[in-house]
Design a protein around this ligand. Structure first.
Ligand SMILES: Nc1nc2c(ncn2[C@@H]2O[C@H](COP(=O)(O)OP(=O)(O)OP(=O)(O)O)[C@@H](O)[C@H]2O)c(=O)[nH]1
Ligand SMILES: [Zn+2]
Length: 374
């Protein structure tokens, strides 16, 4: 069957599960795709992006498509792993005609001069912040990752990896409590890829929707991906070994279907997180500080030394750890720096656009007067 006829024969309403259901296709995406169904286009989810093209899964199987026709002005809107798209089954390469509006997105503000946001992954439901239980608990780093997760629109979850390294259950319970205090409203799960402890609980949390793993190098993310994939990871490995192409199976595609349900996106870009604009996410990580701030005497209180500051009062009373307040201030300062930088960029962009329009306007006037414009 040709992809075109498959596109017609695989509407979301057909009996049985949709072939893309394991990849996260649901009623929401069926509705978002509805405008394209009658046009012979295929729905697809992007599993990998390379320069000028991307790989998608579609009801007609894997498809490599060109993204050349979809070069947005804003790089944050470029095709990325996790996107849902409408693909034209004709043409070589098959062009991606449209991206369906994203539910969530991880956008990084790059630290270069051209500091446009760069989108790293789209349509993520769960962001798993991986923190190894070896050495001290990096609470400030956890807070920073959580801010990024909230900002993306995904729901964060903390996986305390290498839990086999903490043999005393009382100590483990205390560590979990310490992280919970730094992560209000966020589930905290100890897991061990070595013993398999906690993996079922984590797999159940990820069974619906799309997840990403965040965390420092060495946090145990790759090992956890393999443990979650289980037999499936080894199967893929065996196939790749047989054709002599090496064992780096996770690099063959960035979007993986989990055996217990759900999808995992594991892209190299997400791993090397540098500076991110965590924006409103910071407020959500420090929800208790936001609550206190609402009770400060001055609505623009900086919680430094203002009279009637409810935040400082809570620190004095021992209700709010100083560490938490300092971590909050640090992330806020960092955000302000990033915001200032992107503001400067926006101003420069606006100036350029204005100059362009101005030149176009003068060119139009010149043409009207019958003179060539130079
Ligand atoms: N004891 C123990 N060690 C683990 C566990 N998970 C991972 N490790 C070890 O931790 C080290 C780092 O694990 P990786 O999975 O490579 O970490 P990563 O987060 O993927 O690191 P990057 O690829 O650099 O981002 C490896 O030596 C693993 O064997 C675990 O559950 N228990
Ligand atoms: Zn205050």
């Amino acid at each position: 069957m040709s992809p075109a006829s498959l596109a017609d024969s695989c509407p979301a309403s057909s009996a049985g599960p949709h072939p893309l259901a394991p990849y996260g296709w649901d009623e929401h995406w069926a509705a978002a795709f509805a405008p394209y169904t009658g046009r012979g286009l295929l729905p697809g989810r992007v599993v990998r992006v390379a320069r000028g093209r991307c790989d998608l899964v579609t009801p007609a199987g894997p498809v490599r498509a060109g993204t050349g026709r979809l070069v947005p002005h804003d790089p944050a809107e470029a095709v990325c792993t996790g996107d849902w798209a409408a693909v034209d089954p004709d043409g070589d390469p098959r062009p991606v005609r449209a991206l369906l509006p994203r539910r969530t997105a991880f956008v990084r503000s790059t630290s270069s001069e051209r500091s446009e946001g760069q989108v790293l992954a789209a349509n993520i439901d769960h962001a798993v912040v991986c923190v190894p239980l070896t050495g001290d608990l990096p609470l400030a780093r956890i807070e920073r990752f959580l801010a990024l997760a909230w900002e993306s629109g995904a729901r964060p979850l903390v996986a305390l990896t290498k839990a086999d390294q903490v043999t005393d259950p009382v100590v483990l319970a205390h560590l979990v409590q310490d992280v919970e205090a730094a992560a209000p409203g966020v589930p905290v799960l100890p897991v061990s890829s070595l013993t398999g402890g906690g993996l079922d609980t984590l797999a159940a949390c990820l069974a619906a929707g799309t997840s990403v793993l965040l965390g420092q190098s060495g946090a145990g993310k790759s090992t956890l991906v393999n443990a979650l994939l289980g037999e499936r990871a080894r199967d893929v490995g065996a196939v790749r070994d047989a054709d002599g192409k090496g064992r780096h199976t996770t690099t063959s595609r960035d979007l993986l279907v989990l055996p217990a349900g759900g999808v995992l996106i594991d892209t190299p870009g997400l791993r090397g997180v540098g500076l991110w604009d965590a924006g409103d996410g910071v407020g959500q990580v420090f929800a208790e500080i936001a609550d206190l701030a609402a009770r400060c005497r001055f609505h623009d209180c900086a919680h430094e030394r203002e009279p009637g500051c409810a935040v400082l009062a809570a620190v004095d009373a021992g209700d709010l750890p100083v560490r938490r307040l300092e971590s909050y201030r640090k992330l806020m300062r960092e955000n302000e720096r990033i915001a200032a930088r992107s503001d400067a960029r926006l101003r420069a962009e606006r100036r350029r656009a204005w100059r362009r329009r101005d030149a176009e306007g003068r060119a139009a006037v010149a043409v009207k007067r019958g003179r060539p414009y130079r």
